[in-house]
Every structure is written in C-alpha cells, then in structure tokens.
Design a protein around this ligand. Structure first.
Ligand code: M6R
Length: 615
C-alpha cells in the first residue's frame, strides 16, 4: 500500500526521501512523488513506475532542500499516472499533501468544494484534502495553518495518514493520522515522518508512534503533538530494535527466499522463553492478565485475512484438539459487517503480520465494541492492531519484506501452538501430554533447517517447478490440519506466479473440482503420515485414475507413495500437530521457483500490497 516519508533537518532531503521510499517499496506501489520548497515555493516531482525513475529525476534538479515529503502510491481512486501520483496541491499550489488511506466521503467533499470554486485536476480522493485545508484556511481570520488542517480533517470520513507542506511555513511538516499508520523518527536536530519504521531506520532508532486522531507539527528541532480536539500530547519516544541487516537481502536474490531460509531462526524466536517443560505448558506473559477469562472461555473466534486467516484455520484445529474449546474462524472482512454474535465467556483472537490490515483492525474494533476480550497475534511491534488489542503475543519473526508472507505464517502457527497448549492445560490436557508436545515443538526449527539444507529435496522442488511451470491450473489438496497448508500453498502460487491454483480438503475434490483434472492440471497433495494417510492415498488414486499429474509432500521413508505419484518431496518425520510448520516449506519453495522461472516480480507481485490498509 501507499508509503509516506517526510524529512526536516540538516541533511539534503532528496537522498533521505529516496532511501526511505526504497525501504517502503515492498509495500507495493505504482507511482511515486516528492514535494519540497524552493525559495519558499512548493515544487513537486512525480513519476509512474519505479522509485529509480524518481531518483533519476531528482538527480537532474539543482535544488538542495532540507525539507520535503515523498510518497509511493498504490492506486485506489484513479489510474496509476503522473497526474494521480502524490503529492497533491490546492488551487494556489501553496499546500502539498501526501496521503495513505481512503477518504470515503470524497465525492461529496469534491462536489461541495467545486461549488465553492475549487479546481480539481486529478481523479484521486486525496486531492480533496488539499482543497479542503485551503478552504478552511481561507475561511478564517488569522487562523494558524495547523488549525485549518484540524478543521479540514474533522470533515473527512475514512482513513488517513497524511504529511502536509505549506509554503507560508517552510520550516515544518504537518502530519496527522486516523486509521493509517504514521510515526515520527527523532534524530539529532532532524525528524522524519514515515508510515513504516523501516523508512527511518538508517537515521534513527528512536520513534514516536502517532496515536489515532492526532496531529503533529514537526520542525528540525521540535515537535508538537495534539489531538484533533486540540488537547496537547507529550511525545513518547520509543526505541525500535530493528537492524538494517534485517531489512536487506543479505546475499539472497529475493527477500522471499531470504525469509523462507530464516524460518529455523524465526520459529525458534516465536517460542523462546515461552515453553515451560516442567509443567508441560506455555508461558505467555502477554496474556497473563486474561488467564481467568481464558479458563472460563466457552468459545473463541479467530479472525484475520489472507495468509493469517490460513494460520487461524490451523489454530482452530489445534485449540479444539488440545483444549476442546470450540473455535470459529472468520474472514475479518466478513466478521466486521455481519453483526457477529459474541456472548459472555467468549473471546476473539485477531492475527496480522503487519498489524495494520484495515479489515482486521475493523474486526478488532467490532469485537471490542461488543465487549469481548480481544487478543492479538502480531508481528510488527507497535502497530495499530498490537496497540489496540487488550493483550497479545508477538510472533517476533522480524521484518517481512516479501509481499508473500512466509516466515510470518509459520511463526503465527507456532504462537497458535503455544496458545492451544496454554488453553489445553487450562481445560484438561494433561501435563504429560503437554510435556510431549513441547518436546515436539522444540524440534521444529531443527527439522525445518534439516529440510532446507537437503540439496536433494530443494533440487526436486526446482525440477518440479521446471516440469510444471507452464501449467495454468494447480490443485492443492490436504486433510485435517494440513488442509489449511494446501490453501496456503495455492495462495502462494497465485500471488507470486499469477498461476491459478485452488486449495481444497482432499476429500471435497470429488464434489466438483475433480472435473478440472487433466494431464495439464497438477495436484499437489500433502500426504504426510498421520491418521488420515490412507484416506489421502485413496484421493491420490482418484486423481491418477483421471490422468492428472500428482506431486506429493510425504514423510521421509514413505516408499509406497513413490509408486503412486509423479514426484515426491520428502519432509522430515514429525508429529501431526506440528507438521504444518514443516509441510509449508515445500509449498513456499515450489511457488517461489515457479515464479522465478516465469519471470514475475517475486517480492512485489503485481496488484498486491504488503500492508493492506484499505478495506
Ligand atoms: O498483515 P496481515 O497478516 O494482516 O495481512 C493479511 C493479508 O493481506 C496477507 O496475509 C496476504 O494474504 C499476503 N500477501 C499473503 O502472502
């Protein structure tokens, strides 16, 4: 989604803005632009396509401003074009605005402003903000500009993170947020404004997260923050523990591959200090204040989007199995609008890598509105979802830059294992069972590492990719706890290689999807050893009988499967309850290699954004 960077301080602003935008590239964008002051007048430079283009354009400019705002746009209103790229200005060109989010009442505002003589030049919702601020400013006598911003934002419905320049106050950036993340990086006599900590990290690790409904006036040597109701707020500086290494490729050709190979480490990070072997339970201090609620909980709802929703499905399986507490999993986008039923003694878990997904955030707020305790499973520390949940557990996967979620997914599953164990021990899962499960959980990073180091298996995946990359349809089939892994495998393939793929419970295939089977439609089966193994073998036979190629992910040592399938990827033996964290790896790697052969943009697939901050 869109990205914002602003800079005010002693350095030349262009390199800082370009560096910041590059750090936000992973979020997805289609055009980019910068606004800065030249002789106290605002100038804008915009491009479609890549930030490199913008960098080239700025390289041809002789100005060396010390202040500026920049933006990467992910089109929502109006096609990707130079005209629609941010920053947008008012009629006089004295106000420039960059914006993340969506102004829902922009049509009404645009009509109102047009009737008042404002001239619009773009198709965007954002442009109304510039004109609205201008309108409010001109309507007041001796009105400070920040008050005009506040007045304008009061009229706006929707979500925004904005940075604004005003040519009569050329020493400052105004920044405000409601629903879209925005933070201020605090350096020595310099400040940055950004939608993501990655953009400020090269210059400072001290950040101020702007709260919902706040407005900041940022100068090189000072910052003033207030609510939109004019209550002043003392800036709270927090230290972020991100390092630059974590947001660079480290020798891998793509972030996605780097992140796949980080999983032994990230999985371990997700359980370090959280497993209590002596008592066979999980130690989740983040949820401590809610242990009584969890002991009495009669039903859980888990809500999320995309890959996080797939993790939720695995969580449903784990919690019901270990704790015998009923779980319902819901797409956040459905939950938020369905008037969901949440009774006393029920609780809600939201899962989000970014912690900023608009639908998940809205679901969280709906659940809170209904009085339910809401727990978060989040990766990005300090994100809006992390801050708005009552309690939660961070997955500690580190920055995930590839748009396709990989390491965050397995870490979400790991945290769900811990929550299921904790709940299980509160609801009758025995200590001995808990101890056994902890031993299996602790082996997972090692098993994942073993798999990733197996040249044979990685080579097999590459060969499978070479054999089938031309196919236009894939089926992914699994049963039980591995059914969501099939869904995740299909999603990975779709999003990065643009190949149509569907995930199904294997037995469901004969109720429709089997009609798709022909020699050009490979079926990827997750067929590891578990109580449903014989059933899945029958499903494999059904595909074979209809001439469909079969790729199986099977447990090491399973020779029978070789005879039934065209290709086998072997994964190490593990108990079924932890298997999804292992069977997911071949799914990720197969999608990755097919995408590489097809020549797609693996880390920033078309039309997608990393952090989906619009509904
Ligand atoms: O940041 P979140 O986990 O809330 O994001 C949810 C989805 O947008 C995300 O998982 C998306 O499906 C990924 N691109 C999948 O790889």
């Amino acid at each position: 989604m869109c990205g914002i960077v602003g800079y005010v301080g002693k350095r030349d602003a262009f390199p800082v803005l370009i560096d910041g935008l590059k750090r936000l590239e992973y979020r997805g964008y289609d055009s980019a632009g910068v606004a800065y002051f030249c002789n106290n007048k605002i100038k804008t430079v915009k491009v479609t396509g890549f930030i490199k283009e913008l960098e080239r354009e700025l390289g041809n400019i002789e100005d060396n401003p010390k202040i500026g705002i920049a933006h990467t746009r992910w089109a929502t209103h109006g096609e990707p074009s130079i005209t629609n790229a941010h920053p947008h200005t008012d009629c006089t060109g004295k106000i420039a605005v960059v914006h993340n989010g969506i102004i829902e009442n922009y049509r009404a505002l645009r009509q109102y402003l047009t009737e008042r003589g404002h001239k619009f030049t773009t198709d965007t919702d954002t442009e109304v903000i510039a004109h609205l601020i201008e309108d409010v400013y001109n309507g007041g006598t001796d009105m400070p500009f920040w008050k005009a911003i506040r007045g304008a934002l009061r009229e706006v419905e929707g979500t925004y993170g904005i940075a604004v320049l005003f040519s009569e106050e050329p020493d400052r950036i105004f920044a405000a947020r409601h629903g879209s993340p925005l933070l201020i990086g605090a350096g020595e006599d310099e400040y940055l404004v950004a939608s993501d900590a990655a953009a400020v990290l090269r210059y400072t690790n001290r950040v101020i997260y702007l709260d919902e409904g706040t407005l900041a006036t940022v100068k090189a040597d000072s910052i003033v923050i207030s609510t939109l109701d004019a209550e002043s707020i003392t800036p709270k500086i927090e230290k972020i523990s991100l390092s630059l290494n974590e947001i660079e490729k480290g020798g891998f050709p793509h972030f996605m591959l780097k992140e796949i190979f980080e999983q032994p480490q990230t999985l371990e990070n997700a359980f370090r200090g959280r497993l209590n072997l002596e008592e066979g339970t999980a130690r989740l201090n983040g949820l401590k204040d809610y242990f009584d609620d969890l002991k009495d909980v009669e039903r859980l709802v888990i809500t999320a989007c995309g890959t996080s929703w797939h993790a939720a499905l695995i969580g449903e399986y784990l919690i019901e199995e270990l704790a015998r507490v009923p779980v319902d999993v819901d797409y956040a986008s459905e939950f938020r609008y369905r008037n969901p039923i949440i009774k006393d003694n029920e609780a809600v878990i939201v899962i989000s890598q970014s912690g900023e997904t608009a639908d998940t955030l809205a679901a969280l707020r709906e659940a809170k509105r209904q009085g339910a305790p809401v727990f978060g499973i989040v990766n990005v520390v300090g994100s809006t979802i992390a801050r708005e949940t009552d309690a939660g557990v961070y997955i500690h996967a580190g920055p995930e830059i590839g748009v396709a979620s990989t390491k965050a997914f397995t870490s979400q599953v790991m945290v769900l294992e811990e929550i299921a164990l904790l709940l299980g021990r509160m609801h009758g899962y025995s200590m001995a069972q808990g101890v056994d499960l902890i031993k299996e959980i602790k082996r997972v990073p090692e098993l994942v590492e073993l798999f990733l180091k197996k040249e044979d298996e990685i080579g097999t995946i590459r060969k499978i990719a070479e054999k089938y990359y031309m196919c236009n349809n894939f089926l992914y089939l699994g049963r039980g706890i591995n059914f969501p892994v099939a869904l995740e495998g299909a999603l990975k393939l779709k999003e990065i290689s643009y190949v149509h793929a569907e995930g199904y419970p294997a037995a469901e295939m004969k109720h429709g999807p089997i009609a798709l089977i022909d020699k050009n439609t490979p079926a990827v089966f997750i067929a590891t050893e578990d109580p449903l193994y014989d059933k899945i073998v029958s499903n494999i036979e059904e595909i074979r009988a209809r001439g469909g190629p079969v790729i199986a992910v099977a447990t090491e040592g399973d020779e029978q499967i070789m005879e039934l399938t065209d290709n086998v990827i072997y994964v190490p033996q593990a108990v079924p309850l932890v298997m999804p964290m292992i069977t997911t790896l071949p799914m990720q790697l197969l999608a990755y290699h097919i995408a590489v052969i097809r020549g797609t943009n693996v880390d920033q697939p078309r039309n997608l954004a990393k952090s989906v901050t619009v509904e």
